[in-house]
Structure formats: structure tokens, C-alpha cells
Design a protein around this ligand. Sequence first.
Ligand SMILES: CSC[C@@H](O)[C@@H](O)C(=O)COP(=O)(O)O
Ligand SMILES: [Zn+2]
Length: 202
Amino acid sequence: MSDLLTHSIVEAGRWIDAQGWCPATGGNFSARIDNASAWVTASGRHKGELTPYDLLKVNLEGQPIDSVLKPSAETLLHTALYALDENIGAVLHTHSVASTVLSRLEASDSLLLSGYEMQKSLSGNQTHDSTISIHVFENTQDMQLLAQQLKEVWTDTPLQWGFLVRGHGLYAWGRDMSEARRHLEGLEFLFACERDMMLLNR
Ligand SMILES: CSC[C@@H](O)[C@@H](O)C(=O)COP(=O)(O)O
Ligand SMILES: [Zn+2]
């Protein structure tokens, strides 16, 4: 199963674990194969210790293709993103302290960030002197419901770069794994800064 896409997921898991963003078995990752399928991590694995045999193919309804592995509990969020935007090529979900805490400190459904040079790590941003919005969904164990809410929000206004799930973590994406990693790293940095600013009452 040696393949560039599966390797990119395994490698992302090692890097994300090294950052401390996927403790225990938290997090899940995927990469689009084509317009009808994606590789996704199997459920319950430690994401820093993945091998290609911990990945399976799913269709965009989240059903396994030719695999007995159980797909990530949150597969429907990955497949919803691929169905919503044909330009999304990879999705990374993390459980960092910053995203978990900040998503609880933010009471509304939209986290606004401005004044950070690191905003330029997010595609389409040329300056710190703008305001970007990251949607915050309420957490639920009902992935059908969360995927439906994602579709409804997106239909109103397409999301960019990522979204938060309150008390849970971050979903970040990009046109390929490289861009997904850059968006993830930029957002995690911005969240850590914003959490500190809030804690300092600034
Ligand atoms: C440590 S429990 C975390 C899970 O509930 C879930 O949120 C998660 O990110 C990982 O689920 P998984 O089914 O392994 O993809
Ligand atoms: Zn999760």
C-alpha cells in the first residue's frame, strides 16, 4: 500500500504528534483520492504511530471501500468537506490545548482574529490588517448532525482554512497535504496567541 497519499497522512501524524496536537487517540486525518473517495485514518489509533495499514479508503458517504477497518468516528466531517469543495485535497483534525481552550472561551459561533502577521499563513491573506473569521460549532457525538450543520453553514457562506468544534478541537484543510499542514500550523499558532491574549485580558 506504499503510496504518496498514504505516506503523507502517516507523516502528518508523526509531525502533529510531535507538536502535541493529538494526545491519546485524538485527531483524525484524510486525503482525497478522487471525486468519489478518500483515505482516512482508522478509528482509535494513536495518530503519532500510524502505518499505512491504519488507513482505509472510504466513499464520500463515509462508507469503507474494500476494507474491514473501522473508519474514524468523525469520517463524515472529512467526507462532507470533500463533497462541499472539490478543491479540498486533505483534512487534518487536531485536539490541541489551544484549540480546545480557546473554543470554550469564545462564546459565539465565530472566532474573529485580527492584527497577527501569522494570518498571512492562511491562503488569500496578504496582511495582518484584516479580520478573519473561524466558525465554532457546538460539540456533539452525533456526526450526522454535525456534518449537516457544516453543510448548512457552508451553503450560507463557504468556510475557509478550518473550523473549531467547541471543547473538542480544530479541523483544518487545504488543496493538498502541504497546504493543509500550513493552515493547521498557522491556525494553531493564532489560537495559542489569542488564548494567551484572552487570559491576559488584552
Ligand atoms: C481521545 S477521544 C477522541 C475521539 O472522540 C475523536 O474526537 C477523535 O478525534 C478521534 O477519533 P477516531 O475515531 O480515532 O478518529
Ligand atoms: Zn476529535
